[in-house]
Write a protein that binds this ligand. Structure first.
Ligand SMILES: Nc1ncnc2c1ncn2[C@@H]1O[C@H](COP(=O)(O)OP(=O)(O)OP(=O)(O)O)[C@@H](O)[C@H]1O
Length: 684
């Protein structure tokens, strides 16, 4: 088969992509390709026409062949109004696998949601009801998906990749597609599958443990419902790791969702799959809609009644909500993620007031003419009061801007949004700025259950697993980001130390060079440690091997420190910290004057890095983001090493302390004591 590269405009977000096959090319001896539709994680999708004139979508499988084909072959015989039909699986002359499926001309939900954002002119940063789809649309999409997924489940299959991009609107009928990742549910198949599949925003926490029960579809449905209602997924982050960690540990903030949906969403997003709705009918019974689907008896195989879709009648057999464990908390504390920017209380209060004002204005029963008069009058009042309004607003601005910046910096340093857990104490206390500002009244009366937490060990284990699941590219990107952050921290340290050190001296390049030298060595040491830490964060590892590797790194840092000192002409014969008898020092390490040679610098830092387990402060599961104890240990440790292999002081101690500060400030962190608190709560 000829392989040509064609750049064809696709429906996939309007991007031009290089498809392997060209329009008019005949594949599988009977399908003429019309155009490329898009590319997914597993292959390219084409729109094609068969010899008999039937329109089909062809998916050319590129990667993860076994996963995809094993799933698809189970799905060939499924027939359901809400499922994209799979016609066949074929191989071409090059032994390339193709899935032949029903072509859906309508948009997928991803396109619909993105289109709604585009129409609004912005992508929502904070979930709210204003940014979701209209309730009638939410219901249409969700019910259609539910019917399709329920059919998959009743056939013993799990979709495993439910997401808006896999839900299609086919002339008003919602269809679930791409169930190539589905798999028969059987005891032998439910665990142990370690291949990372699916999409991070919709990925249930137990997927990290290789569990692929139907509960992962229920979880994804909860996320999709949240997104349909608010335009945003509940767990977001800059990196897949952040998102995974939030799936594992963060409590979704459902406070902005209408009360009648909160219970269903919070139940679907339970961390423990056993506490989610046991099946799709149970989930649907929790929603405030009359179901258009009739669910049958105990096995709950859904039977779609097309008449009911239109007539919106009650289900013939009401389904009771799933039973909940007695241990489940009865009330829903309005706990939100610690996101400094989105939860700033004053900004949030202003935003809420503006929203309320907007709602009041919308519901105001006045003619357009009188509304126009009100607007005009308001503008006049504001204009005539500018003499005091503007100064007042300026004063507020002057106070608010520094407050906002300091608050943001403090929260970023003490508890970054990206790896934070909700604080269990926030259920009773409202003193922290990170708490939700939902009213106390709402907190008391809201019956939404809090998703149950896992034990400390379970969470830690899952965190390690999720850390291990990241690709090398992701790790490299994270390492680079941390390296850049550490560069900023190094520049700040340089500024602080040089301002303090040179406060009574004349500032000259020579006077500055020791500070620049220290900052460079600290940065290089930190960057190396961040790299080691990144490579090692997915497991506890073997101690001795890590000490040795760390020592090697230390030796490298020593060499660089020596060369930099030569380059910058940093005096190495001052501040050796004690009156060294040069004759007592090994000549291979020191000059006769006592000035350290490269070997001394290498040995000093090699011993320091190996002795102190310097990679520990980089571990995302370390106890505190910034431990002053660790800094003190590093400084004292360096001083001890200095007693045996001296280097210039206090530079040596400043470098050791600086490296520990910098690595801690730049390395990602998961708040481990919250994990402990959660575990304690659970036991209680
Ligand atoms: N049966 C179909 N009819 C029409 N368009 C389809 C069909 N199946 C997939 N598409 C479109 O083809 C594009 C690629 O789909 P594909 O399923 O390969 O990727 P994905 O769902 O985006 O990612 P992944 O496979 O990694 O989950 C998407 O734009 C999707 O909407």
């Amino acid at each position: 088969m000829s392989v040509a590269f064609a750049s064809v405009p696709s429906r996939d977000h309007g991007r031009n992509m290089n498809f392997t096959h060209c329009p008019d090319e005949v594949v599988l001896d009977r399908y003429t390709i019309q155009r490329g539709i898009g590319m997914g994680g597993f292959g390219e999708v084409y729109f094609a026409i068969s010899q008999a004139g039937k329109e089909v979508a062809l998916k050319r499988i590129q990667r993860n062949l076994d996963v995809e084909l094993r799933g698809v072959s189970h799905c060939l015989n499924l027939k359901h109004n809400n499922l994209v039909s799979l016609h066949d699986i074929c191989r071409d002359d090059d032994d390339q696998a193709w899935v032949v499926m029903e072509y859906v001309s309508g948009k997928n939900l991803r396109e619909v949601l993105d289109g709604a954002d585009a129409a609004r002119g912005f992508v929502p940063q904070v979930p709210s009801m204003e940014t979701g789809l209209p309730i009638s649309e939410v219901r249409r999409w969700f019910s259609g998906m539910a019917a399709g997924v329920a059919h998959l489940h009743s056939a013993g299959l799990v979709h495993r990749d439910l997401k808006p991009g896999n839900l299609f609107d086919d002339d008003g009928v919602i269809k679930v597609g791409d169930y190539g990742l589905s798999k028969f549910i059987s005891t032998s198949h439910r665990g142990g599958h370690t291949e990372s599949v699916g999409t991070f925003h919709y990925m249930a926490p137990e997927i990290g443990r290789g569990q692929y029960g139907r509960e992962i579809d229920i979880y994804a449905m909860g996320i999709i419902l949240f997104e349909l209602l608010t335009g945003m997924t509940p767990f977001n982050g800059e990196t897949p790791q952040e998102i995974i960690i939030k799936h594992l540990s963060a409590t979704p903030d459902v406070s902005m969702i209408p009360r009648e949906y909160r219970h269903a969403i919070a139940s679907c997003l339970e961390k423990d799959p056993a506490h989610r709705p046991s099946d799709v009918p149970s989930l649907m019974a929790m929603l405030p809609w009359k179901s258009s689907v009739t669910w049958t008896d105990a096995d709950r195989i859904p039977v779609i009644d097309p008449q009911q879709v239109a007539s919106n009648e009650q289900p013939a057999r009401p389904v009771s909500p799933p039973t909940r464990s007695a241990a489940s908390p009865a009330t829903a504390p309005a706990v939100t993620l610690r996101n400094p920017s989105s939860e700033e209380p004053i900004a949030r209060a202003i935003r809420n007031s503006v929203t309320d004002l907007g709602l009041w204005w919308k519901n105001l029963e006045r003619s357009p003419g009188s509304k126009f008069v009100i607007v005009l009058a308001t503008i006049f009042i504001l204009l005539f009061n500018t003499h005091w309004l503007l100064p007042a607003l300026s004063i507020v601005g002057f106070i608010y801007v520094p407050y906002y910046i300091i608050r943001h910096m403090v929260l970023q340093i003490s508890e970054p949004d990206t790896y934070a857990y909700p604080n269990p104490d926030s259920t009773t206390s409202n003193t922290s700025p990170s708490h939700s500002f939902a009213s106390a009244d709402a907190r008391l009366s809201d019956p939404t259950p809090v998703p149950k937490r896992l034990s400390k060990t379970q969470v830690r284990q899952m965190l390690r697993e999720s850390l291990a699941a990241r690709s090398r590219t992701t790790l490299a990107a994270e390492w680079t980001t941390s390296g850049m952050i550490s560069m900023i921290v190094a520049a700040t340290l340089l500024l602080i130390t040089s301002v303090i050190g040179l406060r009574n001296a004349t500032v000259s390049p020579m006077a500055l060079s020791p500070y620049v030298w220290m900052a460079c060595v600290v940065w290089i040491g930190s960057f190396g440690l961040l790299g080691l830490g990144k490579a090692w964060e997915s497991s506890d590892g073997e101690g001795m091997l890590r000490r040795l590797s760390s020592s090697f790194l230390g030796a490298g840092v020593g060499v660089v420190a020596y060369l930099l000192a030569e380059m910058l002409m940093v005096p190495m014969d001052v501040g050796l910290g004690r009156d060294i008898d040069a004759t007592s020092l090994p000549v291979s390490f020191y000059h006769l004057s006592g000035v350290p040679k490269a070997a001394a610098m290498m040995a000093h830092f090699a011993v320091l890095f190996g002795l102190l387990r310097m990679w520990k402060p980089v571990d995302p599961l370390r106890r505190a983001r910034l431990s002053l104890w660790a800094v003190a240990v590093a400084v004292v440790g360096e001083w001890l090493v200095h007693q045996v292999i001296p280097v210039p002081q206090p530079s040596g101690m400043l470098i050791a302390g600086g490296i520990i500060v910098m690595t801690q400030m730049s390395a990602p962190w998961v708040k481990a004591d919250s994990v402990a608190t959660l575990a304690t709560m659970r036991k209680a």
